[in-house]
Ligand binder design. Structure first.
Ligand SMILES: Cc1ncc(COP(=O)(O)O)c(C=O)c1O
Length: 459
C-alpha cells in the first residue's frame, strides 16, 4: 500500500484544558507518588501517555448513544444491540457484559481452569496471568523468541512458536491444558501483531488436540490493520473483514472495550458454545451483575456498540497507527532505542539501553518513566521487571528480557504537536541519562505491584 499521510478522519468540537506545571512542582509530585506514575494526580500531568485504556475520545455518535441508555435492570435494549453488534462484527454468538476486561478474565479462568492446569499464551498480560494463577493454573509463554528481542524486526512478533507449544503438550498432556489464550497485538511485547497465517495454523492445532482457543481481543482492530499492511493475501481486505476473520478462527473472547472500542469503561466475555455461556451467566451474576448488563450501564453498552463500528474503519486505523509511527520515527531519528517494529498502541523505550548504568534489580524502566515525568509532565508507564512481579512458587522476581517504558497513545486525543513535545522530552532525558538514579521499593504490594508500589532513589 502506498505510504500516504495519516491525517485524522475527524475534527475537534470540544477541548479539555490542561494544567501546566513547573519542574519544581513535578519533582515534588513524583516523590509524593513514590516514583510511581500510577500514583500521580492527573491534574499534575501535561501529556498523559500512561495508558490507552478508557481514555480515548468518544465521538459525537457515541455521546448521542449515551442518551439512548435503557437502564432497566433486566433485558435492556442496549444489551441486545450490543450482543447483535458483537455477533455482526466479531462473530461470537453469546455475550456476557463485564465491567472491564479483567472481569471477563476472572469469569473465564474460574469456569475453565482447574488447579494444576497449564495455560499457554503468546506472552503474559498482568491481569490475565493473575486470574489464571488465582484459579490454580500456571501460565506458559509460547510466543516466538523474537518477541523478547528489542532489535528484532520480525513483522509478526505476536506469533506462536509451535515447538514450544508441542513441548508443553508432550510434558503435561492435552487434558491439563484447558485452553490457549492468544492476544491480538500483544501488549507486553510492544503492541506486536500475530499473523493470520499463524492463527490459522493454531486453529488446526487446537482442533487436532481438542483444546479451546481463547482470544484476548482487546486490540484486535490494530492487529487487523497490521495484517492488511504486512500479509500479502490480505492487502485488499478491509480492517472490518480481517477483524471478523480473526475472531471467527477462535472459540471464546475476553475484551477490554476501553481500548479498540473507545469507551471509558466496559468489557465482555463472548463465545459460541451454549454450555460455556450457561456457566458464564451463572458466575456473572455473582461478580458483575445480571447477565444482560454484567458490569455495565445501559448507556455504556450503547456507546460501546457504536464504538465497535467506528473502531474497524480503515481510515480510523490508518490515522491511529500513523500517529504512533510518527512518534516512533521521530525518536528513532534522534537515536532513541525503541522496540521495533513500532507497535500498535504505543512506542516502547528500551530502558536497558537508555540507562545502562542502572541494573535491572534497581528498576531502570520505573526510574526512566519517573525521570520523563519530571522533565516535561509526560506520563508513561513501566513495562519491565516491576510489572512482571514475582514467581508465585519461588517468590523470586520474574526478570523479563524486555525492560521497557511504554508511551501509550490514547485514541483520538492528542495532536501531532503533543507527539513533538513528547519526543523532545524523551530526547532530553536521554541526553541527561547519567543523572537518573536507580530505585528500590519502600512498599511492595503482593499482587499487581506496579499499580500501587512505592519507591525511593538509591544513593
Ligand atoms: C491485552 C490486555 N488484556 C487484558 C487487559 C485488561 O483489561 P481491563 O484493564 O479492562 O481490565 C488489558 C488492559 O490493559 C490488556 O491490555
Amino acid at each position: 500500500m502506498e505510504k500516504r499521510s495519516w491525517a485524522e478522519p475527524y475534527k475537534i468540537k470540544m477541548v479539555e484544558l490542561l494544567k501546566m506545571t513547573t519542574r519544581e512542582e513535578r519533582e515534588k509530585a513524583i516523590i509524593e507518588a513514590g516514583f510511581n506514575t500510577f500514583l500521580l494526580k492527573s491534574d499534575d500531568v501535561y501529556i498523559d501517555l500512561l495508558t490507552d485504556s478508557g481514555c480515548g475520545a468518544m465521538s459525537d455518535q457515541q455521546w448521542s448513544a449515551i442518551m439512548l441508555g435503557d437502564e432497566s435492570y433486566a433485558g435492556s435494549r442496549n444489551f441486545y444491540h450490543l450482543r447483535d453488534t458483537i455477533e455482526e462484527y466479531y462473530s461470537y454468538k453469546y455475550t456476557v457484559p463485564t465491567h472491564q476486561g479483567r472481569g471477563a478474565e476472572n469469569i473465564l479462568s474460574q469456569i475453565m481452569i482447574k488447579p494444576g492446569d497449564f495455560v499457554p499464551g503468546n506472552m503474559y498480560f498482568t491481569t490475565t496471568r493473575l486470574h489464571q494463577e488465582l484459579a490454580g493454573g500456571t501460565f506458559v509463554d509460547v510466543i516466538i523468541d523474537e518477541a523478547h528481542q528489542v532489535d528484532s524486526h520480525h513483522p509478526f512478533k505476536g506469533n506462536v512458536d509451535f515447538s514450544k507449544l508441542n513441548k508443553l503438550l508432550e510434558e503435561v498432556g492435552a487434558e491439563n491444558i484447558p485452553y490457549i489464550c492468544i492476544a491480538t497485538c500483544v501488549n507486553m511485547a510492544g503492541g506486536q501483531p500475530i499473523s493470520m497465517d499463524n492463527l490459522k495454523q493454531l486453529r488446526v492445532w487446537c482442533d487436532q488436540h481438542k483444546i479451546v482457543l481463547v482470544h484476548d481481543m482487546t486490540r484486535v482492530a490494530e492487529n487487523a490493520f497490521f495484517i492488511q499492511q504486512r500479509e500479502a493475501a490480505y492487502a485488499a481486505k478491509s480492517v472490518k473483514e480481517i477483524v471478523y476473520e480473526i475472531c471467527a478462527l477462535t472459540d471464546v473472547a475476553t475484551m477490554s472495550s476501553k481500548k479498540d472500542a473507545m469507551v471509558n469503561i466496559g468489557g465482555f466475555l463472548a463465545m459460541n458454545d451454549d454450555k460455556l455461556y450457561e456457566k458464564a451467566c451463572g458466575l456473572v451474576v455473582v461478580y458483575e451483575g445480571l447477565h444482560t448488563y454484567g458490569g455495565m450501564a445501559g448507556r455504556d453498552m450503547e456507546a460501546l456498540a457504536v464504538g465497535i463500528k467506528e473502531s474497524v474503519q480503515d481510515e480510523h486505523m490508518h490515522a491511529r497507527i500513523g500517529q504512533i509511527e510518527y512518534l516512533g520515527e521521530k525518536l528513532m531519528a534522534a537515536g532513541v532505542p525503541i522496540v521495533q517494529p513500532i507497535g500498535g498502541h504505543a512506542v516502547f523505550l528500551d530502558a536497558r539501553k537508555l540507562l545502562p548504568h542502572i541494573p535491572q534489580e534497581q528498576y531502570p524502566a520505573q526510574a526512566l518513566s519517573a525521570a520523563l515525568y519530571v522533565e516535561s509532565g509526560v506520563r508513561s508507564m513501566e513495562r519491565g521487571i516491576v510489572s512482571a512481579g514475582r514467581n508465585k512458587e519461588t517468590g523470586k522476581n520474574h526478570a523479563p528480557a524486555l525492560e521497557l517504558v511504554r508511551l501509550t497513545i490514547p485514541r483520538r486525543v492528542y495532536t501531532q504537536a503533543h507527539m513533538d513535545v513528547t519526543a523532545e522530552s524523551v530526547i532530553r532525558v536521554m541526553e541527561n541519562a547519567d543523572k537518573v538514579k536507580g530505585l528500590r521499593f519502600t512498599y511492595e504490594p503482593e499482587v499487581l505491584r506496579f499499580f500501587m508500589g512505592r519507591f525511593e532513589e538509591v544513593g
